[in-house]
Design a protein around this ligand. Sequence first.
Ligand code: PEP
Ligand code: MN
Length: 343
Amino acid sequence: MLIVMDSDAPAEQIRGVVEKIESMGLRAHPIPGAQRTAIGITGNSGPLDPAEFETLPGVRAAIPVTRAYKLVGREARPEGSVIRVGEVRIGGPEFPIIAGPCAVESEAMMLRTAVALRSAGADLLRGGAYKPRTSPYAFQGLGEEGLRILVRARRESGLPVVTEALDVESFGRVEEVADMVQIGARNMQNFALLRRAGRSARPVLLKRGMSATLEELLMAAEYVVAEGNQQVVLCERGVRTFSDHSRNTMDLNVVPAVQSLSHLPIVVDPSHGTGRRDRVAPLARAALAVGASGVMVEVHPDPERALSDGPQSLRLDQFEALMRELRAIGPPLGRHINPGSDH
Ligand code: PEP
Ligand code: MN
Protein backbone atom coordinates (compact mmCIF):
# COMPACT_ATOMS: atom_id res chain seq x y z
CA MET A 1 0.00 0.00 0.00
CA LEU A 2 1.17 3.49 -0.85
CA ILE A 3 -0.33 6.45 0.99
CA VAL A 4 -0.25 9.65 -1.06
CA MET A 5 -0.48 12.79 1.08
CA ASP A 6 -2.01 16.12 0.02
CA SER A 7 0.64 18.43 -1.43
CA ASP A 8 0.21 20.84 1.49
CA ALA A 9 -0.04 18.19 4.23
CA PRO A 10 1.91 19.47 7.26
CA ALA A 11 4.50 17.32 9.06
CA GLU A 12 2.08 16.46 11.87
CA GLN A 13 -0.37 14.86 9.43
CA ILE A 14 2.46 12.80 7.93
CA ARG A 15 3.45 11.79 11.46
CA GLY A 16 -0.15 10.82 12.19
CA VAL A 17 -0.22 8.42 9.23
CA VAL A 18 3.17 6.97 10.22
CA GLU A 19 1.88 6.38 13.77
CA LYS A 20 -1.26 4.72 12.49
CA ILE A 21 0.82 2.36 10.30
CA GLU A 22 3.17 1.54 13.17
CA SER A 23 0.26 0.92 15.53
CA MET A 24 -0.81 -1.84 13.14
CA GLY A 25 2.61 -3.51 13.59
CA LEU A 26 3.75 -2.44 10.10
CA ARG A 27 6.64 -0.32 8.83
CA ALA A 28 6.14 3.16 7.39
CA HIS A 29 8.58 4.58 4.81
CA PRO A 30 7.99 8.29 4.14
CA ILE A 31 9.17 9.21 0.63
CA PRO A 32 9.31 13.01 0.34
CA GLY A 33 8.79 14.29 -3.22
CA ALA A 34 8.84 17.63 -4.98
CA GLN A 35 5.03 17.78 -5.13
CA ARG A 36 3.95 15.70 -2.15
CA THR A 37 5.05 13.04 0.30
CA ALA A 38 4.15 9.41 -0.21
CA ILE A 39 4.37 6.82 2.55
CA GLY A 40 5.14 3.22 1.65
CA ILE A 41 3.90 0.45 3.92
CA THR A 42 5.82 -2.81 4.31
CA GLY A 43 5.52 -5.76 6.67
CA ASN A 44 1.96 -6.76 5.83
CA SER A 45 1.39 -10.41 4.96
CA GLY A 46 -1.89 -9.85 3.10
CA PRO A 47 -3.64 -6.98 1.32
CA LEU A 48 -4.51 -3.89 3.39
CA ASP A 49 -7.83 -2.08 3.32
CA PRO A 50 -7.45 1.42 1.79
CA ALA A 51 -10.40 2.61 3.92
CA GLU A 52 -8.18 2.31 7.02
CA PHE A 53 -6.10 5.24 5.75
CA GLU A 54 -8.28 7.28 3.39
CA THR A 55 -10.07 9.08 6.20
CA LEU A 56 -6.90 10.17 8.03
CA PRO A 57 -6.22 13.94 7.85
CA GLY A 58 -3.99 14.95 4.94
CA VAL A 59 -4.40 11.68 3.01
CA ARG A 60 -5.25 12.15 -0.66
CA ALA A 61 -5.25 8.50 -1.69
CA ALA A 62 -4.34 5.01 -0.53
CA ILE A 63 -3.15 2.99 -3.51
CA PRO A 64 -2.72 -0.79 -3.33
CA VAL A 65 0.68 -1.74 -4.80
CA THR A 66 0.46 -4.99 -6.67
CA ARG A 67 4.08 -5.10 -7.82
CA ALA A 68 6.72 -6.88 -5.74
CA TYR A 69 8.67 -3.66 -5.19
CA LYS A 70 6.83 -0.99 -3.26
CA LEU A 71 9.35 1.72 -2.41
CA VAL A 72 11.35 1.98 -5.64
CA GLY A 73 8.27 1.93 -7.93
CA ARG A 74 7.58 5.03 -9.99
CA GLU A 75 4.27 5.67 -8.17
CA ALA A 76 6.16 6.42 -4.95
CA ARG A 77 7.85 9.46 -6.53
CA PRO A 78 6.46 10.13 -10.02
CA GLU A 79 8.78 13.07 -10.71
CA GLY A 80 11.85 10.82 -10.26
CA SER A 81 14.61 10.86 -7.66
CA VAL A 82 17.65 13.08 -7.77
CA ILE A 83 20.56 11.61 -5.82
CA ARG A 84 23.26 13.96 -4.55
CA VAL A 85 26.89 12.91 -4.25
CA GLY A 86 28.71 15.92 -2.83
CA GLU A 87 27.70 18.74 -5.18
CA VAL A 88 26.92 16.36 -8.03
CA ARG A 89 23.29 15.56 -8.85
CA ILE A 90 22.34 12.28 -10.52
CA GLY A 91 18.82 12.12 -11.95
CA GLY A 92 18.42 15.76 -13.00
CA PRO A 93 19.14 17.60 -16.26
CA GLU A 94 22.89 17.26 -15.73
CA PHE A 95 24.68 14.29 -17.32
CA PRO A 96 27.33 13.42 -14.73
CA ILE A 97 30.41 11.47 -15.77
CA ILE A 98 31.95 8.96 -13.36
CA ALA A 99 35.48 8.20 -14.53
CA GLY A 100 38.63 6.52 -13.29
CA PRO A 101 40.65 3.35 -13.44
CA CYS A 102 39.11 -0.04 -12.71
CA ALA A 103 41.36 -0.39 -9.66
CA VAL A 104 43.43 1.95 -7.52
CA GLU A 105 46.92 0.75 -8.45
CA SER A 106 49.29 3.24 -6.87
CA GLU A 107 49.21 6.70 -5.36
CA ALA A 108 51.15 8.33 -8.23
CA MET A 109 48.85 6.83 -10.87
CA MET A 110 45.69 7.70 -8.99
CA LEU A 111 46.60 11.32 -8.24
CA ARG A 112 47.77 11.99 -11.78
CA THR A 113 44.64 10.41 -13.26
CA ALA A 114 42.27 12.18 -10.87
CA VAL A 115 43.65 15.64 -11.65
CA ALA A 116 43.58 14.99 -15.41
CA LEU A 117 40.01 13.68 -15.23
CA ARG A 118 38.92 16.70 -13.25
CA SER A 119 40.26 19.13 -15.84
CA ALA A 120 38.73 17.09 -18.66
CA GLY A 121 35.31 17.43 -17.01
CA ALA A 122 34.68 14.29 -14.97
CA ASP A 123 32.22 14.80 -12.09
CA LEU A 124 33.05 11.81 -9.91
CA LEU A 125 36.19 9.72 -9.50
CA ARG A 126 35.95 5.93 -9.54
CA GLY A 127 38.49 3.26 -8.62
CA GLY A 128 38.27 0.00 -6.70
CA ALA A 129 40.33 -0.59 -3.57
CA TYR A 130 38.64 -3.98 -3.18
CA LYS A 131 38.23 -5.80 -6.49
CA PRO A 132 35.91 -8.73 -7.25
CA ARG A 133 38.11 -10.90 -9.51
CA THR A 134 37.18 -14.10 -11.28
CA SER A 135 40.55 -15.61 -10.42
CA PRO A 136 41.79 -15.70 -6.82
CA TYR A 137 45.31 -15.22 -8.23
CA ALA A 138 44.49 -11.96 -10.03
CA PHE A 139 45.17 -8.54 -8.45
CA GLN A 140 42.60 -8.13 -5.67
CA GLY A 141 43.08 -4.41 -5.06
CA LEU A 142 45.18 -2.51 -2.53
CA GLY A 143 42.50 -2.72 0.18
CA GLU A 144 42.92 -0.19 2.99
CA GLU A 145 45.95 1.38 1.32
CA GLY A 146 43.74 1.90 -1.75
CA LEU A 147 41.18 3.69 0.41
CA ARG A 148 43.88 6.00 1.80
CA ILE A 149 44.98 6.80 -1.75
CA LEU A 150 41.39 7.63 -2.70
CA VAL A 151 41.23 10.14 0.15
CA ARG A 152 44.34 11.85 -1.22
CA ALA A 153 43.00 11.75 -4.78
CA ARG A 154 39.80 13.45 -3.65
CA ARG A 155 41.79 16.11 -1.83
CA GLU A 156 44.02 16.77 -4.87
CA SER A 157 41.27 16.75 -7.49
CA GLY A 158 38.20 17.88 -5.56
CA LEU A 159 36.24 15.01 -7.13
CA PRO A 160 33.92 12.94 -4.91
CA VAL A 161 34.88 9.28 -4.85
CA VAL A 162 32.90 6.17 -5.88
CA THR A 163 34.40 2.86 -4.73
CA GLU A 164 33.18 -0.68 -4.26
CA ALA A 165 32.34 -2.50 -1.03
CA LEU A 166 32.85 -6.22 -1.56
CA ASP A 167 31.44 -7.57 1.67
CA VAL A 168 29.66 -6.70 4.91
CA GLU A 169 32.90 -7.02 6.83
CA SER A 170 34.70 -4.23 4.95
CA PHE A 171 31.64 -2.06 4.31
CA GLY A 172 32.32 0.22 7.27
CA ARG A 173 35.85 1.01 6.09
CA VAL A 174 34.59 1.77 2.58
CA GLU A 175 31.70 4.00 3.64
CA GLU A 176 34.02 6.02 5.86
CA VAL A 177 35.98 7.07 2.78
CA ALA A 178 33.58 6.83 -0.15
CA ASP A 179 31.19 9.59 -1.20
CA MET A 180 29.23 6.86 -2.97
CA VAL A 181 29.50 3.12 -2.32
CA GLN A 182 29.38 0.79 -5.31
CA ILE A 183 27.82 -2.65 -5.09
CA GLY A 184 29.15 -4.68 -8.01
CA ALA A 185 27.36 -6.93 -10.46
CA ARG A 186 28.52 -10.10 -8.70
CA ASN A 187 27.07 -8.85 -5.44
CA MET A 188 23.73 -7.58 -6.73
CA GLN A 189 21.93 -10.32 -4.85
CA ASN A 190 24.17 -10.39 -1.79
CA PHE A 191 21.23 -9.61 0.45
CA ALA A 192 23.28 -9.12 3.62
CA LEU A 193 25.41 -6.55 1.77
CA LEU A 194 22.32 -4.81 0.35
CA ARG A 195 20.85 -4.57 3.85
CA ARG A 196 24.11 -3.16 5.18
CA ALA A 197 24.12 -0.55 2.39
CA GLY A 198 20.55 0.26 3.35
CA ARG A 199 21.74 1.27 6.81
CA SER A 200 24.47 3.52 5.41
CA ALA A 201 24.29 7.29 5.13
CA ARG A 202 26.13 7.08 1.79
CA PRO A 203 24.47 6.99 -1.63
CA VAL A 204 24.74 3.59 -3.31
CA LEU A 205 25.63 2.75 -6.91
CA LEU A 206 23.96 -0.60 -7.53
CA LYS A 207 25.19 -2.44 -10.60
CA ARG A 208 22.98 -4.87 -12.44
CA GLY A 209 23.97 -8.51 -12.08
CA MET A 210 25.36 -10.03 -15.24
CA SER A 211 22.25 -12.14 -15.77
CA ALA A 212 19.76 -10.19 -13.66
CA THR A 213 16.31 -9.34 -14.94
CA LEU A 214 15.01 -5.83 -14.46
CA GLU A 215 12.68 -7.08 -11.74
CA GLU A 216 15.60 -8.66 -9.89
CA LEU A 217 17.56 -5.40 -10.16
CA LEU A 218 14.65 -3.40 -8.78
CA MET A 219 14.10 -5.92 -5.97
CA ALA A 220 17.79 -5.59 -5.04
CA ALA A 221 17.33 -1.81 -4.85
CA GLU A 222 14.20 -2.39 -2.75
CA TYR A 223 16.38 -4.19 -0.16
CA VAL A 224 18.51 -1.07 0.23
CA VAL A 225 15.61 1.37 0.35
CA ALA A 226 13.56 -0.81 2.72
CA GLU A 227 16.37 -0.47 5.28
CA GLY A 228 16.03 3.31 5.11
CA ASN A 229 18.58 4.44 2.51
CA GLN A 230 16.70 6.08 -0.35
CA GLN A 231 19.83 7.24 -2.15
CA VAL A 232 20.21 4.54 -4.78
CA VAL A 233 21.44 4.91 -8.35
CA LEU A 234 21.13 1.90 -10.65
CA CYS A 235 23.82 1.02 -13.18
CA GLU A 236 23.44 -0.96 -16.40
CA ARG A 237 26.80 -2.66 -17.08
CA GLY A 238 25.88 -5.16 -19.74
CA VAL A 239 24.46 -8.65 -19.44
CA ARG A 240 25.64 -12.03 -20.67
CA THR A 241 24.26 -13.20 -23.97
CA PHE A 242 25.30 -15.45 -26.86
CA SER A 243 27.02 -12.47 -28.44
CA ASP A 244 30.65 -13.25 -29.25
CA HIS A 245 31.81 -9.81 -30.37
CA SER A 246 31.95 -8.12 -26.98
CA ARG A 247 32.44 -8.97 -23.32
CA ASN A 248 28.79 -8.28 -22.49
CA THR A 249 25.71 -6.96 -24.26
CA MET A 250 24.79 -3.40 -23.30
CA ASP A 251 21.09 -3.37 -22.57
CA LEU A 252 20.30 0.26 -23.35
CA ASN A 253 16.67 -0.76 -23.68
CA VAL A 254 16.62 -1.12 -19.90
CA VAL A 255 17.03 2.66 -19.42
CA PRO A 256 13.52 3.71 -20.55
CA ALA A 257 12.17 0.52 -18.94
CA VAL A 258 13.60 1.57 -15.56
CA GLN A 259 12.32 5.09 -16.07
CA SER A 260 8.77 3.90 -16.56
CA LEU A 261 8.82 1.44 -13.64
CA SER A 262 11.00 3.18 -11.02
CA HIS A 263 11.84 6.64 -9.72
CA LEU A 264 15.51 5.70 -9.28
CA PRO A 265 18.06 7.15 -11.72
CA ILE A 266 20.00 4.76 -13.94
CA VAL A 267 23.50 5.35 -15.27
CA VAL A 268 25.26 3.29 -17.93
CA ASP A 269 28.74 1.70 -17.81
CA PRO A 270 29.86 1.10 -21.40
CA SER A 271 33.30 -0.08 -20.24
CA HIS A 272 32.09 -3.30 -18.64
CA GLY A 273 29.13 -3.29 -21.02
CA THR A 274 31.37 -3.79 -24.04
CA GLY A 275 34.76 -4.80 -22.64
CA ARG A 276 36.40 -3.06 -25.60
CA ARG A 277 38.00 0.37 -25.65
CA ASP A 278 36.86 1.09 -29.22
CA ARG A 279 33.20 0.58 -28.27
CA VAL A 280 33.15 2.73 -25.14
CA ALA A 281 32.68 6.15 -26.76
CA PRO A 282 29.93 5.05 -29.21
CA LEU A 283 27.98 3.40 -26.38
CA ALA A 284 28.53 6.35 -24.04
CA ARG A 285 27.04 8.63 -26.71
CA ALA A 286 24.16 6.20 -27.09
CA ALA A 287 23.61 6.24 -23.31
CA LEU A 288 23.24 10.01 -23.43
CA ALA A 289 20.87 9.77 -26.40
CA VAL A 290 18.69 7.12 -24.76
CA GLY A 291 18.21 9.32 -21.70
CA ALA A 292 20.43 7.70 -19.09
CA SER A 293 21.18 9.75 -15.98
CA GLY A 294 24.95 9.59 -16.57
CA VAL A 295 27.79 7.29 -17.54
CA MET A 296 30.61 5.51 -15.78
CA VAL A 297 33.75 4.92 -17.84
CA GLU A 298 37.07 3.34 -17.01
CA VAL A 299 40.08 5.51 -17.83
CA HIS A 300 43.73 4.58 -17.32
CA PRO A 301 46.87 6.61 -18.08
CA ASP A 302 48.57 3.48 -19.48
CA PRO A 303 45.93 0.81 -20.21
CA GLU A 304 48.46 -1.69 -21.58
CA ARG A 305 49.93 -1.93 -18.10
CA ALA A 306 46.65 -1.81 -16.15
CA LEU A 307 46.32 -4.44 -13.43
CA SER A 308 42.65 -4.98 -14.34
CA ASP A 309 40.33 -4.15 -17.25
CA GLY A 310 43.04 -2.56 -19.42
CA PRO A 311 41.41 -3.63 -22.72
CA GLN A 312 38.26 -1.63 -21.91
CA SER A 313 39.97 1.41 -20.37
CA LEU A 314 40.15 4.66 -22.32
CA ARG A 315 43.43 6.53 -22.46
CA LEU A 316 43.27 10.08 -21.11
CA ASP A 317 43.25 11.65 -24.59
CA GLN A 318 40.40 9.35 -25.61
CA PHE A 319 38.46 10.41 -22.52
CA GLU A 320 38.98 14.07 -23.43
CA ALA A 321 37.71 13.36 -26.95
CA LEU A 322 34.64 11.61 -25.53
CA MET A 323 33.93 14.60 -23.28
CA ARG A 324 34.02 16.91 -26.32
CA GLU A 325 31.56 14.66 -28.14
CA LEU A 326 29.19 14.52 -25.17
CA ARG A 327 29.33 18.32 -24.88
CA ALA A 328 28.23 18.57 -28.50
CA ILE A 329 25.35 16.11 -28.14
CA GLY A 330 24.12 17.02 -24.66
CA PRO A 331 22.61 20.52 -25.00
CA PRO A 332 20.22 19.74 -27.91
CA LEU A 333 18.88 16.93 -25.73
CA GLY A 334 18.47 19.27 -22.76
CA ARG A 335 21.43 17.79 -20.87
CA HIS A 336 24.22 19.76 -19.29
CA ILE A 337 27.75 18.33 -19.47
CA ASN A 338 30.56 19.47 -17.18
CA PRO A 339 32.67 21.95 -19.20
CA GLY A 340 35.91 20.94 -17.41
CA SER A 341 38.67 23.42 -16.73
CA ASP A 342 40.62 23.00 -19.99
CA HIS A 343 37.93 24.83 -21.92
C1 PEP B 1 33.93 -2.37 -11.77
O1 PEP B 1 33.16 -1.39 -11.77
O2 PEP B 1 35.17 -2.30 -11.91
C2 PEP B 1 33.32 -3.72 -11.69
C3 PEP B 1 33.97 -4.74 -11.14
O3 PEP B 1 32.11 -3.77 -12.27
P1 PEP B 1 31.02 -4.96 -12.36
O4 PEP B 1 30.64 -5.26 -10.95
O5 PEP B 1 29.92 -4.34 -13.16
O6 PEP B 1 31.67 -6.11 -13.07
MN1 MN C 1 36.50 -2.85 -13.97
